[in-house]
Design a protein around this ligand. Structure first.
Ligand code: 5MM
Length: 341
């Protein structure tokens, strides 16, 4: 892929009113999701669920790309069409999770580093042949007593930069995702400090590895209160502190920023995204790349029952539409209520 094609792909990922659906749950994570509906984690059940998510008519109005898991990019839909081919035919770009997961960081108790660089050049070539246009690598930064350390943030930024450089060399747009977890009892301001430090370190590392910022998409957490913090910031504060943090740390050369939901409800993730996009002029589009916030209601509506597939797809399409509107600052409670009972 030429530099122009990488630029075109990156721009298309964050085209006006479009975002990315993350459906790249690894085996352990999809197990947790299926546990919520009492469904066995088997290959046919994973395929049926991914079919519900991917073969949903009309979603191309709201969704620019989907991040797939290794198993999914090799599977076919229930109608027998390879998932990557089905997405491409609909005008949705197939993406692929290429990290090997977050592992305990030696010498740094309570912290993790994402592994998976060994053999990545060859794996990227394979995924490109399967139709992948972009990739994703997620690093996990934990807030706690005395953490994160610079050792952890540096190690993850270095791995993200090495990954991003390999992606661009392979003609694949890298989505770089450092996720500051929202599970602890920290304040929103502590989340803001850690997110800013993580982003500054990440962009230094990307530049050091000659990563072309114009061909890179940032996926990041919103600046929020930790779930266990007794004082929970509201939507206006989240929007203001997230946008301020990004303005201070993310170069204008980045084509777009998408958010992960990180454990926020579907409704909160939509409202917070909308609040950031109302009346703001920013150097980059702010959109979504949610996993749980897009999928949770659809998964519950489906419940693993073939008779409920259409309802699950209707619920998913509704959340996708709401977030598409939020990415333009056009979401409202009236739109939220348009989902038929
Ligand atoms: C869909 O979940 C992704 C895969 O997670 P694991 O590798 O842990 O199985 C995950 O990376 C996801 O893309 C991001 O965390 C965003 O998802 P949420 O649910 O936070 O919006």
């Amino acid at each position: 892929m030429s530099a122009q094609e990488l630029a075109t792909t990156a721009a298309a990922m964050v085209a006006t009113g479009k975002g990315v659906l993350a459906i790249d749950e690894s085996m352990g994570t999809i197990q947790k999701r299926f546990d919520t509906i009492g469904l066995e984690n088997t290959e046919p059940n994973r395929r049926a669920y991914r079919d519900l998510l991917i073969a949903n008519n009309g979603d191309q109005q709201y969704i620019s790309g989907m991040i797939l898991f290794d198993e999914t990019i090799r599977q076919s839909s229930l109608a027998g069409v390879p998932f990557a081919q089905l997405l491409t035919a609909k005008g949705i770009m197939p993406g692929i999770k290429v990290d090997g997961g977050a592992k305990d960081l030696a010498g740094r108790p309570g912290e993790q580093v994402t592994e998976g660089l060994d053999g990545l050049r060859e794996r990227l070539a394979g995924y490109k042949a399967l139709g992948a246009k972009f990739a994703k690598w997620r690093a996990v930064i934990t807030i706690g007593h005395g953490i994160p350390t610079s050792g952890c943030v540096d190690a993850n930024a270095h791995a993200l930069a090495r990954y991003a450089a390999l992606c661009q060399a392979a003609g694949i747009v890298p989505m770089v995702e450092p996720e500051v977890l929202m599970d602890a009892d920290n304040t929103i301001d502590r989340c803001g400090e850690v997110t800013a430090h993580t982003l500054r370190t990440l962009f230094q590392a990307l530049v050091a590895q000659n990563v072309v910022l114009e061909h890179t998409i940032l996926k990041i957490n919103m600046v929020v209160s930790g779930k266990l913090c007794p004082v929970q910031a509201g939507m206006a504060e989240i929007a203001e502190k997230t946008v301020s943090c990004l303005k201070r740390t993310v170069p204008a050369a980045i084509p777009g920023i998408v958010f992960l939901s990180g454990g926020q409800s579907g409704l909160d993730a939509t409202r917070n995204l909308n609040a950031m996009n109302v009346g703001t002029v920013l150097p980059w589009p702010l959109s979504f790349s949610y996993g749980r916030a897009l999928q949770a209601d659809a998964l519950a509506a489906w419940g693993g029952k073939p008779a409920q597939v259409a309802r699950g797809q209707q619920v998913l399409l509704h959340r996708e539409r709401c977030n598409s509107l939020a990415a333009r600052g056009h979401y409202s409670a009236a739109v939220e209520n348009e989902l038929p009972a």
